[in-house]
Design a protein around this ligand. Structure first.
Ligand code: SF4
Length: 469
């Protein structure tokens, strides 16, 4: 695929949009942007020998020249993308569920438009359909999510704390995270916890000096429950913040024991996730997850007994699965009735092993799976409350988090909508400082690999002190 544009700022956006249409390898697009007072013209030439295409398109847009630089840049970007969407959509006779939107967070875009006064909240769905070519169903879903999101606050002194444990019992076929297999790093775990505690103590000083109020804590990964009960106890004993919400990801059921859940309870963890991904055991084997359904059921019943709020993740489009298998998985999920269910669309990422063998992926069934989930879950008392998209997701679809009975995970909203500052600890963790008044976000990444993090923890502490000064 070849993309040439005279506006280099837009080349990546254009490429992402073309990618969602997934045209042939020999697809070649030339874009020229011309701007005269009050008029923005986008000219495209699209060539593709294998699809027998060679066509020019020209779009004239009315454009107010006197907007501030930031606003005019973002409006021009929107216009280029929607013009390009119309061109490719007419050429290939194909529409995309999210229209011309290529970003990770469609809800954030809609929220920003409402908060900046550009549109009223009741016009979200209509605007997404009309101005961004989003399908009716996805536009309505976005509007519902914004309505269902509660607990969003814009206060620069209220923050979240995130701790990363990038270790898993085995590697999933579709994983592109830098997560380490337990057996390869088990000898380094105690040192890693030492460093986490060191960073945590430094962060406590930053929090006390500012002063920040920690609202939510989230320990993610990876699979934090891969740590032993003693290791979890050692780490959690050092946290000592009284918070509204404390979540620990326990994604793999085969890592959950009663002893570990008792440790989490002792340290006031309120929510955990147990992620079956599917209830089809032959798929589990195929994707490299070692747990059995019986282990999910045992872990879930223990979690209920101990009084945790539970999230379960599922993936639509796993290799080997047709619609009927996914439907069966969701029926079992509804029998279990956890407080939160998250439905992901499979993403074939560059860093995942799945990329090398995509046989057995029934891409056409995925649209049906996601449509089914988005209808079935609300019919059973679940409401959508956060949404995000990833690159290379099948059919350009999305991931949606659902809750029932007010059991929203506020941290998920905070991180998707980027409304709160997050102090993040550990290898691969990304701290984010949100300046709500200036509409600005700054980011500070920690080193991605465990060895590197251990070697550079003092440097990271110094950088954090500077970053949160
Ligand atoms: S559990 Fe998550 S982080 Fe771990 S290997 Fe699987 S996809 Fe990657």
């Amino acid at each position: 695929m070849e993309i040439i544009s005279n506006n280099q700022d837009l080349a990546i956006e254009i490429e992402n949009l073309v990618d969602f249409f997934a045209p042939a390898d020999d697809f070649c697009l030339t874009h020229e942007e011309k701007q005269e007072s009050g008029k923005l013209t986008n000219v495209f030439n699209i060539k593709c020998a294998s699809l027998n295409i060679d066509k020019n398109f020209e779009f004239d847009n009315q454009f107010k020249d006197n907007l501030d630089a930031l606003k005019s840049k973002s409006i021009k970007k929107r216009l280029v993308k929607v013009n390009l969407y119309d061109a490719i959509s007419s050429l290939l006779n194909k529409t995309l569920p999210w229209g011309s939107l290529t970003g990770i967070r469609p809800t954030k875009l809609a929220r920003d438009m409402v908060e900046s006064g550009e549109i009223k909240e009741h016009l979200i769905a209509e605007t997404l359909e009309k101005d961004f070519r989003v399908s009716k169903d996805k536009a309505k879903l976005t509007a519902h999510i914004i309505k269902n999101q509660k607990g969003i606050i814009r206060n620069d002194s209220v923050i979240d704390l995130y701790i990363n444990i990038p270790i898993c019992p085995s590697r999933c076929l579709y994983c592109s995270f830098i997560s380490n297999e337990f057996d390869r790093v088990k000898d380094k775990i105690e040192t890693y916890i030492d460093c986490l505690i060191k960073e945590l103590n430094a962060v406590r000083q930053i929090i006390n000096q500012k002063p920040y109020v920690v609202r939510n804590i989230y320990i993610g990964g990876g699979t934090p429950s891969v740590l032993s009960a003693q290791q979890l106890d050692r780490l959690l004993s050092e946290i000592n913040f009284s918070v509204d919400e404390f979540t620990v990801e326990c994604g793999r059921a085969d890592t959950i024991t009663e002893e570990k859940l008792d440790v989490l309870k002792k340290h006031k963890v309120s929510r955990i996730s147990i992620n079956p991904q599917t209830f089809n055991e032959s798929t589990l084997k195929r994707i490299g997850r070692k747990h059995k359904n019986s282990q999910v059921l045992e872990a879930y019943s223990l979690a209920l007994e101990k009084g945790f709020v539970v999230n379960m993740d599922f993936i639509a489009g796993l290799p080997g699965e047709r619609f009927a298998t996914f439907k069966k998985t969701l029926a079992t999920a509804l029998e279990l009735y956890p407080e939160n269910i998250t439905i992901h669309t499979l993403s074939i990422k560059n860093g995942g092993l799945l990329k090398f063998d995509t046989s057995g992926i029934y891409e056409k069934d995925v649209v049906k799976m996601i449509d089914y989930a988005e209808k079935l879950l609300p019919e059973n008392g679940y409401k959508p409350y956060y949404l995000y998209r990833q690159k290379h997701q099948l059919q350009g679809l999305e991931n949606v988090g659902y809750y029932r009975d007010d059991n929203i995970c506020v941290f998920n909203i905070d991180s998707m909508e980027e409304t709160n500052t997050v102090i993040a600890i550990g290898a691969g963790a990304m701290s984010k400082r949100v300046f709500n008044i200036e509409h600005r976000i700054e980011r500070l990444p920690n080193p991605k690999f465990i060895d590197d993090y251990i070697a550079r923890v003092d440097e990271m502490i110094a950088k954090k002190n500077e970053f949160f000064k």
